[in-house]
Design a protein around this ligand. Sequence first.
Ligand code: DAH
Length: 358
Amino acid sequence: MAQDDLRQLVDEALVALNQAQDPAALEEARTRTFGKKGRLTLLAKTLGQMDAALRVSFGSALNEAKASLMDAFDTRAQILSQAALAQRLQTETQDITLSVRPQQEGTIHPITQTLDEIIAIFSAMDFTVARGPDIETDWNNFTALNLPPTHPARQMHDTFYMPAQGEMPMVLRTHTSPVQIRTMLGQNPPIRIIAPGRTFRCDYDMTHTPMFHQFEGLVIDESTHMGHLKGCFEDFLRAFFGIEDLPLRFRPSHFPFTEPSAEVDIGCSRKDGALVLGNYGDWLEIGGCGMVHPRVLENCGIDPEKYQGFAFGTGIERLAMLKYGIPDLRTFFEGDVRWLKHYGFSSLDIPNLAMGLV
Ligand code: DAH
């Protein structure tokens, strides 16, 4: 009797599970069989009333039926979920051609951008980029550049002195000029480099910060003269500011590492407090330069009878402030996100001469 019930139950459960067309219907059939009030559960409860012999044989038949039904349900569940997935894959679409939504982006710092512009211009003039360390020997920073220990220019520099390395006093480099020395010691002429980087002096006000950036230029060859220096600086400044007739003035000056030396001014107007670059009769200092002093060449093992060269140096912040209208030097290094958003550049705005730099 109970065996018949069991067989019928199994048959009906198999029909129900095969008829189930989705996971919900299958789950319902499963509950109707195995749930608390399910048919199999109820049938199992009748075991208690059976006599011992029957209980053993029916009990094992019941267990077998239960195990094979559970398997059947699991298999059907898998088939249904695979069918559901196949259905979704056929009907759902995802448009991967949608354009990227604008995201919160970082910006390129004006110093980095300006530096990339400088490098783009000088690369086109066949210069390579040289680098030197921030912590420099006193010899590279001063002595080799023809500033002996007693030279007053050393005081002018407001130097940050660092712990000595052995006998050698060390400094945070006060200018990028020591990279001239490193380059001349490391390679033979002809030399054509620019050397950008951080520089340090004890100073802090609207136009001075203890850390700032400079770049240096150095050209050494057998027949370089001051005309090359002027042409080079002029080409650079005109390309950088995008002003073709920007006037330049070379004013006699003094640097211990150049002879003759000059300071370079560019034309501007300061009418009504607004600074505008161009041919307006007023002048603004932009950098220093000169022909490399023979003693500096000698210090680097280069024969000054055979080679001459020119050098120049200028502040990168100053160029950025003038070009991008940034009034206060200190803001460059405050890390104010609003400032960075305002003055920063898109990471895709990579400076190159072909696209123009202004
Ligand atoms: N090193 C100088 C400074 O820090 C700038 C400078 C002047 C660099 C003349 C040069 C140069 O290479 O020839 O103010």
